[in-house]
Design a protein around this ligand. Structure first.
Ligand code: MN
Length: 739
């Protein structure tokens, strides 16, 4: 945003223009009531937000107007949602009450705004994100529009995150990656998912993001030349099909490109599928399938297809509604090119997912794919025992997956996430069938419970009333439903065992003359458990020695008091070896946590991502008061930030201290005969002047792979080292390892 202060007149103009843009973007049919409602909502919102400004300094009202525009233009929602979007922040932030909205706009709109206000409310509280996610899902089941508007709200906030302080940006980015991107995927809003991931990456890994963005920009011209060369020999035949068509050749998202670079360990230049060619044909519903296959045959007549890369989501759509025909062919210069063939309707569904799906509901006679998913969500949510963090993890693994298609003995199609097992199948039919499952047959042959289902499998389950789930079963399922059902059955068992533990604790406390309440909670916390049943269980199985309780606690007036060892102040500092406590005070701060010297905290550098001086980092506060320093790009960071956002603190490097950091590098290269280790070691220690902590190398058939731990002073030195290693003749790749 510009720094210049706008006059009142100019601001008014800005607002009116934004509103006009919104009106122009509405594609759905409207009657006079709709038009009046939108106008009225706009006026109320302008008035209500008139004194507020966004962090960037611009008038607040521009935000709800833009959210409404995203709803209309990018999701294709109708007048009801547009009105609700305009009003989405008024109840929370201003004097307008829900009742006033109900009077003016009726029950339905008031309910949506209420849902949005509640979802917004969770943003500031310190409850774990898992709880928040649960609330989002509950709302989803009540009215999907609330969640769709919330997505538009989040998208606009992500697009304009620049003026927020860094640690808030990180938190919002993590929450987006954790909740909103998977949900957008599940609801089929692919363009939202992609943008969420890209915008989050721009914040967490700005360097990688901008490098890829730059390279995409630089190669744009070359790419479009290639695509038109690819399409040229097809155009004539496509014209002859007789339906209007259009083609696109958009590059894949920066996030997915970065992912490929990381997981496949190849440089940008060597990724062959940077883009996909899309052929979209405007054809009546009845002819969709036939024409898509006709186009497939035109494409594969000219460019040789790779047989195993054909994916037919036209015959069986994905469970998020996605329909398209994908194939990979060999294009000019021998490059692999993915081609996606679909109708305009399918494209609409692919881009806007659930929202578009609604519009076409029932038109092609296919079962409602979302209904069955919603049933599933309802099932998981209604399980009172499911712990929210477990719930979320289960749920998340089920969000992104592709699916596998199998059949019941009656020939009914069942869609399960890819990787699902025979036991998952049993639970998907009915939880009781799962609990009592005693044998499973696939294609008439007996299989282990953990058998991974294949497309087309016919599965039948035998049950026995004496069967009971056990701990091992958890290893044999992947679906959230099965996991949560097994866990709740296990918890029941645990609870029974725990009753015994509870009794012994009661006896012990009584003998110490201590009350049961609230000492039991104090003990649970002391041993690090979240709940009483966990404590009871550990006592029951003998992992907690109750007879030693007296060594650690005294009792005063029925209350347990922890015995804390006094640390002597002014312990004399020895000349040779300072005492640990004193030593810590002698080291200059090189890291600040929340602006204070990090040495005040019991902190350590996490060994999952080994941060070094200069890395972008954050602090994660442990329950016992210590702190772990992670890199913002650490694979664990998303999970930590999203689940325990309230334990994240800002951390920054301050001095150039002289302590070195350990980094792990993975090196691959060509093995040019014996002595490769010596030569590498020599270059590293002599030419680059670095200390090697450990070096592990393995060679196979003229190729070697090694892991090397180096000591470096800071990120700059690390980068020099990586560059230096890459320059060595025998080395082909060098990557910093995060495990
Ligand atoms: Mn908002």
């Amino acid at each position: 945003m510009s720094e210049a202060v706008l006059s009142q007149e100019e601001e008014k103009k800005l607002i009116v223009n934004a509103y006009r843009k919104l009106l122009k973007s509405i594609k759905s049919k409207m009657d006079d009531t709709d038009r009046n409602n939108i106008r009225m909502a706009y006026e109320i919102a302008v008035e209500a937000h008139s004194k507020q400004r966004r962090k960037s300094g611009e008038p607040y009202i521009l935000h709800p107007i833009e959210v409404a525009r995203i709803c209309a233009e990018e999701i294709g929602l109708g007048p009801t949602a547009i009105v609700a979007a305009l009003l989405h922040d008024v109840v929370e932030d201003t004097d307008v009450s829900l009742n006033q909205l109900k009077e003016k706009f009726g029950d339905r709109i008031a309910r949506i705004v209420d849902g949005l206000t509640k979802l917004d409310g969770l943003y500031n509280v310190t409850s774990p994100q898992a709880e928040n996610f649960k609330k989002v899902l509950k709302t989803l089941l009540e009215d999907v529009r609330v969640v769709l508007i919330k997505m538009a709200d989040r998208l606009h906030n992500m697009r304009t995150l620049g003026s927020m302080p860094r640690h808030k940006q990180l938190k919002i980015a993590a929450e987006t990656t954790f909740i909103y991107a998977p949900l957008a995927h599940r609801l089929g809003l692919y363009s939202f998912k992609t943008e969420f991931q890209d915008l989050a990456m721009k914040i967490t890994e700005p360097e990688i993001y901008s490098e890829i963005a730059r390279k995409l920009q630089e190669t744009k011209l070359e790419r479009s030349k290639y695509i038109s060369e690819f399409l040229k020999p097809l155009n004539e035949a496509l014209e002859e099909v007789g339906y209007p068509y259009r083609t696109t050749g958009r590059p894949k998202s920066i996030f997915s490109i970065a992912n490929k670079i990381k997981t496949k360990d190849v440089p940008f230049e060597e990724i062959y599928d940077l883009f996909a060619v899309r052929i979209i044909v405007d054809v009546p519903l009845k002819k969709e399938k036939q024409i898509c296959w006709q186009i497939y045959s035109i494409v594969t007549d000219v460019h040789t297809p790779i047989a195993e890369r054909l994916k037919d989501w036209i015959t069986t759509p994905k469970s998020n509604g996605y329909e398209s025909l994908h194939t990979t062919v060999i294009g000019p210069e021998g490059r692999y090119v993915e081609v996606q063939i679909r109708s305009e309707r399918m494209d609409d569904v692919a881009e806007k997912g659930f929202a578009a799906h609604w519009k076409y509901k029932g038109v092609n006679g296919s079962p409602d794919v979302f209904e069955s998913w919603f049933d599933n969500v309802r099932d998981i949510l209604e399980n009172p025992d499911s712990d929210s963090v477990e719930f979320l993890n289960d749920f998340k693994t089920n969000l992104f997956q592709e699916e596998v298609y199998v059949y019941t003995p009656q020939g009914d199609l069942k869609i399960l996430p890819k990787g699902a097992t025979a036991l998952d199948f049993a639970f998907s039919i009915h939880s009781n069938l799962g609990y009592q499952c005693s044998a499973i047959k696939v294609n008439k042959k007996l299989v282990p419970f953990g058998y991974k289902l294949q497309n087309g499998d016919q599965v039948s389950v035998t049950k026995s009333s004496t069967q009971k789930p056990n701990e091992n079963w958890l290893k044999m399922v992947v679906t959230g439903k099965a996991r949560s059902k097994i866990r709740s059955a296990m918890k029941e068992e645990r609870r029974k065992a725990g009753d015994l533990g509870k009794e012994s604790l009661q006896r012990k406390l009584k003998s110490m003359k201590a009350d049961f309440d609230p000492n039991v909670d104090l003990l649970a916390k002391y041993f690090g458990f979240n709940s009483r049943p966990d404590l009871y269980f550990e006592i029951a199985v003998g992992r907690i020695a109750l007879n030693e309780l007296k060594t650690y606690f005294t009792v005063e007036g029925g209350k347990l008091i922890e015995i804390i060892e006094e640390i002597q102040p002014n312990t004399p500092v020895s000349d040779i070896e300072p005492a640990p406590k004193a030593k810590k005070n002698l080291i200059k701060p090189r890291l600040l946590i929340n602006g204070e010297s990090a040495d005040k905290f019991e902190y350590s550098l996490s060994n999952c991502c080994n941060p070094v001086l200069g890395d972008d980092v954050f602090a994660f506060m442990a329950v016992n008061g210590g702190a772990k320093i992670h890199r913002t790009s650490c694979p664990n960071s998303t999970h930590l930030m999203a689940n325990y956002g309230y334990r994240i603190m800002k951390a920054e490097w301050v001095s150039s201290g002289d302590r070195s950091f350990v980094v792990d590098l993975k090196i691959t290269g060509i093995d040019k005969g014996p002595g490769v280790i010596e030569r590498l070691t020599h270059s590293i220690s002599t030419d680059l002047g670095l200390n090697i902590r450990s070096f592990f190398i393995e060679g196979k058939e003229g190729y070697f792979e090694g892991k090397i731990s180096l000591l470096v002073l800071n990120k700059d030195q690390l980068n020099v080292a990586i560059k230096g290693l890459k320059n060595l003749d025998e080395v082909s790749t060098v990557v910093r390892v995060e495990d």
